[in-house]
Design a protein. Structure first.
Lengths: 603, 597
């Protein structure tokens, strides 16, 4: 990420991004208030139960009478029934809220990702972005529902217990109350220690999962390199530090919970000592003493729980920040409001206003550097090129020379840093991205298929394609055999990422997919690299047929396949060093000539 | 080695993993029992205080304690010095704190030892399982067995077994104490227990299936995001953002609604639990009061009883869940056992370590994989120091030849044999064989670490000069020097992603470091351009001349200078000879050669 991007991120995550999160929660405001009220009431009722014991001990047991027992029973049952129903609704409300908020944030992040440009995906790896959608969203849902409810329950319980204690016996209440700050300090101290320890354990845990992944996916390499012992030692180092960190954490956690129960017992000791004296003096009844004992033992845990909730905020804050950063990232390829007004955006296109696309492309004084590249690493500088519709453009050069750059610009995956890209004579930015993409067919070197059937994949660019169109395209790229060979035919499930097909088969299917979409502009990015020579030969003929009448870009490894191109662009070190027809460039005896000569010498 | 993989029963696996932590586990259980006993001692003190000291009636206590009280100054003295009771409670509480700490700490020591041992054993076992096993099992599934199934197993021991032991001790002791107070009241308190446990068990078993269902749905939702992200180019190029959104939102909604259904069940379960718990408490309060008034029990005993009952409520409610979860642990243990019971690669006794710079002979080698013939009766000879090219289309069996040579796969029993210097490779020590064969796989794997560490992975130490020399031969040095961190650039899972060509070249450098007398390049130059390809080959040619090199490719230019070329087609060796010989006769070689010109 470059510096300007960083500043933008900072600006947007002010207040840890909470204002943005709050915006998404507005719709649930009424529900949340209702939920908090229910939760508070529930806790207040919880603190009532010991009072029943107190009454029974003081009145019934103390005065040896059963007179009020039926009334007590009925009243208790009534409260219990009401309380159980109330708890049911609170839990339901709370979990619904959690699930709704999770859904909202998953949708929001996923939808936002659909608008971001390639520079975002180039800078952030898939696993990282995936976690934003799938796990960070869940943390926010949990925060506003269960964690908030925990806070409400516990604080309401503590408040009502304090009120009851002070009303019953102020002095004894005050003594127990004095334990509060002790409990807070103890909890805080332990949490302070435990939060980083837990983080470390989590990190080590994901390291170990990564190690397993490595050992399994890299099993072939481990064997071929005879590196089993080396890998095992490295793994044992990780599990050993995991063991140490976990035991260290367990030591603190065990001490923590033991200390908290000790505090409860100290509270009980105080009640028996001071309260016992009061009872002996006749100031307090036994039943009242028993209520105090219940409260004394039950109050430390809610305090501990509140502090736990508060410390967990530190962890969740990171999740919030990550989500808001994502939601605030703006695409560096965006349609202007005027364009969206006329042509619609990617989600609500206004097809009625779309013009035909002929396929004339012109680079007009284009200067370009990749957003994530260095400040002066210009890939194109004042580049001019006119490509009339129907023209066949070939791009050649060494591995990693930057052959895809031009194609990225034509597809508007990136915008020129300076200058304009004209499509049919008008600045590309005057029309929507979807309009352009609708007319582009793109076949990638590493083909990507989606989970689903072959048919679903083939129809990806044209959902209403007929079977005839599908078979025609399959035949054109010699992929009809692959499909016929299986029983399921077009309904064959291709597996995740097309994993059930070989790379070569995937390339053919994705080629057919592009043809079915019937694009005006066709891009073949080393589309035949994984196909064996004999099939490739057949595809070369297919390429000739499909590029007829379409503006096409062919990025090729093997120079013999592109000698017919209308224009050849030779790329070296990320720059276009030569352009012209095969004959022109051969006469020029420059870089292209060198490349051809070298390949010829080898064949 | 083979005996290690024998885990005929679930218990044998558990005991195997528990080795070295059994004693600690047992001690921690003892502390758990002591802790539970001390928990129950507290209400006794309260009851004694209330009855004997505050009310003045006599609370039954063992004779030995009577003497203790007399020693402390008698009931009357304690009444005047109530802090003595407070001190007693604090002493008991301190003891409880100590036992609780020791129980929890020792428990996690034993459990962490177990997990560490289990992980190490699993990992060591997995990397020694044959390739055929790795191909037959999905990565995600194995990882899940090693992580979440292992967690389930750990929870089974650390939480479920511990909880069960604790709860059983608590209930037993509580029942004994309760019975001594009053039989009727005890029966009342126990009457509801089986119902609570049974209901909770029934519910958790029933809901288990629903949990599996939402887990599956989550997996699908997660895969949808994954595919959208990896296929972002396709989505954009086809302008299908709207479709992707709709698709995702639909499923997301479904997923949420399934969860809501599940939460309705859970909420009703919780609320019923609250109600039964409260109802049971009410029964004790009311019936206890009646017994009190009738004079069957004292006020202190009454309070004591209420405390016992309160102590039982939570563990009993949790018991159903514990038991339900235990059934899941059985499944997880079986899933881990599946891995541990798969046999590792092994050597015959008396495996040899002969010199390896000898002739390699394939004699009538046939190989079947998953019901289809991959190789049919292939025979050829490679002389030491020779450079051999293997040409063939996708699926012609050319890579399989090399995998058999490196014993990544074993040829069929009656599928011929491969010899090096006349010795069947099945009789050669596997590690020795692999140490002497350097093979660059078609899809090489880079390990987490720096580029330098990856290149030197077969060495104990990273010697930068050697690393750079190897990288230079692989035409990688210049590329790496351009990286900001050079050879210290972190690659692999959590590092930067190298391009296909860069990976292949790293793997070549890695192999060169191995300094093996037999080098195999399995289509390992497919992702580099022909110029770099030529550079690497000329560098390799200048390496020591007695190294045997086998190069697999479907690019003629890569193979044409080999001393000897083998042409494979659909598992058969169809042609062999030099480039000159093969390009003159009509056949597959010439056909491909012409197409590539």
């Amino acid at each position: 990420m470059n510096s300007s991007n960083n500043e933008q991120t900072k600006k947007h995550t002010r207040w840890y991004g909470i204002p943005l999160i709050a915006g998404y929660l507005k719709v649930y405001r009424r529900r949340m208030i209702f939920m908090i009220a229910l939760g508070a009431l529930s806790s207040a009722l919880d603190s009532l139960y010991p009072l029943f014991n107190k009454y029974v001990i003081n009145h019934n047991v103390g005065e040896m009478t059963l007179d009020t027992l039926p009334i007590v029973t009925v009243l208790y049952l009534a409260i219990l029934l009401f309380h159980s129903f109330e708890n049911y609704f609170t839990c339901l409300l709370c979990s619904k809220l959690e699930l709704n908020v999770n859904r909202d944030f998953r949708n929001a992040t996923f939808n936002h990702l659909q608008t971001l440009s390639f520079s975002y995906f180039n800078q952030n790896n898939v696993g990282y972005v995936h976690a934003r959608v799938m796990s960070d969203s869940g943390k926010i849902g949990e925060l506003v529902s269960w964690r908030m409810m925990d806070f409400v329950w516990n604080s309401a319980y503590i408040i009502s217990v304090i009120v009851v204690m002070f009303l019953t016996n102020f002095r004894l209440g005050l003594m127990i109350f004095l334990l509060f700050p002790v409990a807070v300090v103890v909890t805080w101290l332990f949490q302070h220690k435990l939060v980083p320890l837990n983080r470390k354990v989590r990190e080590l845990n994901s390291t170990i999962t990564g190690d397993f992944n490595e050992g399994i996916t890299g099993a072939g390499s481990v064997k071929a390199l005879n590196a089993e012992a080396h890998m095992e030692d490295a793994f044992k180092k990780d599990t050993f530090s995991m063991k140490r960190a976990s035991i260290n954490t367990a030591h603190h956690a065990a001490l923590y919970s033991a200390t908290v129960t000790l505090l409860s017992s100290v509270a009980l000791a105080i009640v028996l000592w001071k309260g016992g004296n009061l009872t002996l003096q006749g100031v307090m009844l036994i039943g009242t003493l028993s209520v105090f004992m219940s409260y004394a033992m039950g109050i430390i845990e809610p305090i501990q729980s509140i502090i736990n909730t508060l410390t967990s905020l530190v962890t969740i804050q990171v999740n919030i920040e990550r989500i808001t950063t994502l939601l605030n990232t703006e695409s560096d390829v965006a349609d202007t409001p005027e364009v969206i007004e006329k042509y619609g955006d990617a989600f609500e296109p206004r097809y009625e206003n779309w013009e035909e696309l002929k396929g004339d492309i012109e680079f007009d004084d284009v200067t370009f550097r990749y957003p994530d590249g260095g400040e002066d690493e210009y890939v194109l500088e004042h580049f001019n090129l006119k490509i009339p519709h129907g023209m066949n453009v070939a791009i050649v050069g060494e591995t990693g020379a930057g052959k895809s750059t031009l194609v990225n610009l034509v597809c508007r995956f990136f915008e020129p840093t300076q200058g304009r890209l004209l499509i049919d004579g008008r600045d590309a930015r005057e029309r929507s991205q979807l309009w352009l993409h609708h007319h582009i067919g793109y076949v990638l070197q590493t083909p990507h298929l989606f989970t689903g059937t072959i048919r679903e994949n083939l129809c990806y660019g044209k959902p209403d394609a007929t079977d005839d169109e599908i078979w025609e395209a399959l035949a054109l790229v010699s992929a009809d055999d692959i499909v016929r060979r299986t029983e399921e035919g077009l309904d064959l499930e291709v597996g995740e990422g097309g994993g059930k097909l070989s790379t070569g088969e995937r390339q053919l299917i994705s080629f057919a997919r592009a043809i079915i979409a019937d694009p005006r502009i066709l891009v073949l990015d080393e589309a035949t690299s994984s196909i064996d020579t004999i099939t490739e030969k057949r595809i070369q003929d297919a390429i000739k047929t499909v590029t007829e009448g379409r503006t096409s870009f062919v990025i090729a490894h093997r120079l013999s396949t592109i000698t017919d191109a209308d224009i050849i662009l030779a790329v070296k070190d990320g720059r276009i060093v030569e352009q012209g027809t095969h004959t022109e460039l051969m006469d020029k005896k420059g870089y292209y000539y060198e490349l051809v000569k070298q390949q010829n010498a080898e064949y | 080695m083979n005996s290690k993989t024998d885990y005929p029963t679930r218990a044998s696996l558990l005991l195997g993993f528990l080795k070295g932590s059994k004693l600690i586990f047992f001690i921690s259980m003892c502390f758990a029992a002591m802790c539970a006993a001390l928990d129950l001692f507290m209400p006794k003190i309260i009851a004694f205080t209330v009855d004997s000291i505050l009310i003045g009636s006599s609370y039954e206590i063992p004779a030995i304690l009577d003497k203790l009280i007399a020693f402390a100054g008698g009931i009357a003295y304690i009444r005047d010095h109530m802090y003595l009771i407070a001190i007693l409670i604090c002493v008991v509480a301190l003891l409880r704190m100590l036992t609780s700490y020791l129980f929890k700490f020792l428990n996690s020591v034993s459990e962490e030892r177990l997990v560490c041992r289990a992980r190490d054993t699993l990992y060591a076992h997995i990397i020694r399982l044959p390739m055929s096993w790795h191909n037959a099992n999905r990565t995600g599934d194995i990882i899940q067995r090693c992580t979440s199934d292992l967690d389930t197993l750990r929870n089974f021991l650390a939480e479920q077994v511990t909880n069960l032991v604790r709860t059983v001790i608590l209930i037993t002791l509580a029942i004994i104490f309760m019975l001594r107070v009053n039989v009727t009241l005890t029966l009342v308190a126990l009457a509801l227990l089986p119902i609570i446990v049974g209901y909770s068990l029934y519910f958790h078993v029933k809901i288990g299936a629903s949990f599996e269902h939402v887990d599956e749905m989550e997996g699908r939702l997660s895969a949808m995001v994954q595919e959208n992200l990896t296929g972002v180019r396709v989505v954009r190029a086809f302008g299908r953002e709207a479709y992707e959104r709709e698709h995702f939102c639909d499923y997301n909604e479904k997923y949420m609604n399934t969860w809501i259904g599940l939460m309705k069940l859970l909420s009703s379960f919780w609320a019923t639990g609250d109600f039964t718990g409260g109802f049971q408490a009410l029964l004790i309060v009311v019936i206890g009061a009646v017994l009190c008034v009738k004079g069957n029990i004292s006020a202190g005993e009454y309070i004591e009883f209420i405390s016992y009952n309160a102590m039982l409520t939570w563990p009993v409610r949790a018991l159903g869940r514990v038991v339900a979860d235990m059934s899941k642990a059985g499944i997880s243990i079986d899933r881990i056992r599946y891995i541990m019971n798969s046999p590792e690669e092994s050597d015959d006794p008396g495996a040899q370590t002969p010199p390896m710079n000898k002739d390699i002979v394939f004699e009538h080698v046939s190989f079947r994989y998953e019901e289809s013939d991959v190789l049919n009766d292939v025979s050829f000879t490679i002389q030491p120091g020779e450079t051999v090219g293997i040409l063939g289309g996708t699926g012609s069996g050319k890579s399989t030849l090399m995998h058999l040579l490196d014993r990544l796969y074993e040829p069929d029993k009656d599928g011929g044999r491969i010899t090096i210097g006349g010795i069947d490779i099945r009789k050669i020590d596997r590690a020795w064989l692999r140490r002497n064969i350097g093979i660059v796989l078609q899809e090489p794997y880079l390990f987490s670490g720096t580029i330098a560490e990856n290149i030197a992975i077969t060495r104990d130490e990273v010697n930068m000069e050697e690393v750079r020399a190897a990288a230079r031969i692989a035409a990688l040095d210049e590329t790496v020097s351009k990286f900001n961190k050079g050879y210290d650039t972190y690659v692999g899972e959590r590092g930067v992603t190298l391009s296909g060509g860069q990976k292949q070249r790293t793997a070549i450098a890695q192999m060169i470091m191995k300094d093996a007398p037999i080098m195999i390049f399995d289509d390992s130059l497919s992702a580099v351009d022909s110029q770099t390809d030529a550079m690497i080959r000329s560098e390799l040619a200048s390496l020591s001349s007695d190294t045997t090199k086998i190069i697999i490719s479907h690019r003629i230019s890569t193979l044409m200078h080999a001393d000897h070329i083998i042409v494979m087609d659909h598992g058969n060796l169809v042609q062999q000879g030099t480039h000159e010989e093969l390009s003159e006769v009509s056949g597959l070689y010439r056909k491909i050669y012409e197409l590539q010109q």
